[in-house]
Design a protein around this ligand. Sequence first.
Ligand SMILES: Cc1cc2nc3c(=O)[nH]c(=O)nc-3n(C[C@H](O)[C@H](O)[C@H](O)COP(=O)(O)O)c2cc1C
Length: 427
Amino acid sequence: MAIKVVTKDCTQLSDAELAEMADICADGPSLYEVGQLSKQVEAWVLVSLAREGNGLKGFSFCTLERIGGTPSVLIGLASVKRTSKRSSVLRAILADQFKRAVMAFPDEDVLMGTRFATASGFEAFRTLDDIIPRPDHKATGEERAWGRRLAKRFSISSSSYDDKPLSPLVTVRSRWHLITNHSRPTASIQRSSGCSRTSAPSEAIRSLPSAGRWPRISPRSSDLQVGVMQFADVVANRRMVRAFESRPVPTDVLDRILDLARHVPAAGNTQGLDLVVLEGEQTAKYWDATLPSERRVNFPWPRLLDAPVLIIPVSWPAAYVERYSESDKQRTGLGEGEDAWTVPYWYVDTAFSAMVAMLAAVDEGLGALFFGQFEHESAVKTAFNIPEDRYPVGTIALGYALGEQRPSASSQRPRRAFDEVVHRGSW
Ligand SMILES: Cc1cc2nc3c(=O)[nH]c(=O)nc-3n(C[C@H](O)[C@H](O)[C@H](O)COP(=O)(O)O)c2cc1C
């Protein structure tokens, strides 16, 4: 009997299906119960169910998302019934996920990422080539750099991750890049997987997978300079994201982003910048203040409201006026008041911070949207106790981007040409 795979939104999983999935796990060795599987529904977007006739033979969670702008298939918790057909079932599931990715991201290179409990998980990818790690392949510096990025995306601390013996990268034919983090069955790796199982299932791919973009080689550089390329990659691939998964951003990831966002230049080193950060349920208060329920019905980006983090960069004009009345700045005359400023540097500096936050988010594998508060500014100030003399410049929504994004009309406007923008020597 043929194996039939259906991939659908995780939220459409019925209780009966979750029970079937738990039954498969109960066969061992990956003993996930219904409760644990329900949690995966929050962590992933899609689920593939493989059936032979009516019987469920295997399943796998996955997401299609952009990581640092790169279209990616991330393959999550999976389990396959231990029968003679288990390899075929796993390959059928993955084939369906590959197909989805091609449909979601036509004409783009797609990167695949996953993480195995044991090396036998590679079986599912046997038809692919250039798999890394693989025997007799010495990882290049570039590959190891991507392994580290992958580990970071897995929220594996650098002390638990060793990029040398098993470099974590797989490229698949010319179209695909597959990055895997083959976790050796050590206690530290298993802890970081978030799964409480102790024995290592051969076909179960059992922890949150991740991937990063294969770095582009700069056309201007014959040397491989990973740091430089990563930065260019982050900038080039940043696009505003307006649909998010609801899964939370790990605290350490968010803290890194916030820390970078305060490392920005500031006029007179005034640093009249504050960041109001809303996480999880705190974001509901923001939306209540800015998007009344009657407007939500027709709101074109409903999954913007799923963003697990909102950052409100707030500027402080009075701090700049005061700073520029100090002796070393007095001659500028800018200490006389806000009206003396031809360019309000308080907004410039706060915008620098917002930009760094967005780029840092992309670097962490997240997506972000900067958007205006418009007529809701005073409601936002009231809702979050922002002092009267401080001014939010907008809001940054931040989180894991969904694969499918509805672009705004503005974002369809073509980018102005290089020569039109750049005026060398004079206008
Ligand atoms: C200052 C500023 C305000 C913006 N306000 C909004 C907004 O209110 N809503 C929105 O959907 N996008 C907003 N955007 C995003 C722009 O539409 C977007 O940056 C532009 O279309 C280019 O697309 P890209 O950033 O994806 O390249 C804003 C961007 C900036 C820089």
